[in-house]
Every structure is written in structure tokens, then in C-alpha cells.
Design a protein. Sequence first.
Length: 114
Amino acid sequence: QVQLVESGGGLAQPGGSLKLSCAASGSIFTINAMNWYRQAPGKERELVARVTSYGRAEYAESVKGRFTISIDSTRNTYLRMYSLNAEDAATYYCNAETEGVIYWGKGTLVTVSS
């Protein structure tokens, strides 16, 4: 079992930045990769960024060059978000991939407004 807790959400101004954190606990060494998803009201959940346990990162086109995902040795995962705009406002979820099982956190809300 893996437990995930997101934090760091809040209010940012357009053009501003936030850092999201995902604290992993439990069977962390069964985690092969960590993902950040987001879901805005009325929209489907979408993959924002992915990082393997070895640190290989991938990004959605909409956030490339603005967001950075990272992972540490205990599988805590971070999403640094820069140049935020209204389209980035959503609830952000982290997700852990293990062999055959995917775990989700409960999410953290990001609001972008002046």
C-alpha cells in the first residue's frame, strides 16, 4: 500500500508560481513512477507531468517549459509551476504507479486569479 498526500496549492496571480508537493509513504520502493494530474471544473482529468523513479520526466505540451517535476530518494514528488495562467487553475492530484496498482492522493486546489 502507498499513501499520497498533496500540499502546496493555493492562490497565485497570473504569471506567478507555486510549488506543489506530494508526500509518499508506505511501500514507497514499489513505486516505479509518479504523476501529476489536474482536473478543472467541467473538464476531464488530464496528465500534467510524469517522472520515473530514476528521474526521467515527461510533460504535457501545455506546461512544457513552465512546469518542472522532480522526485527524491523517498519518492516524494514536486511540481514547480511558473508563469501560471487561468488555464492552470484546477485541482492537482498526484498518482503513484506500482506493479499493477495505481494510487491517488486527494488533491490540492490551485487557483489563478488577480
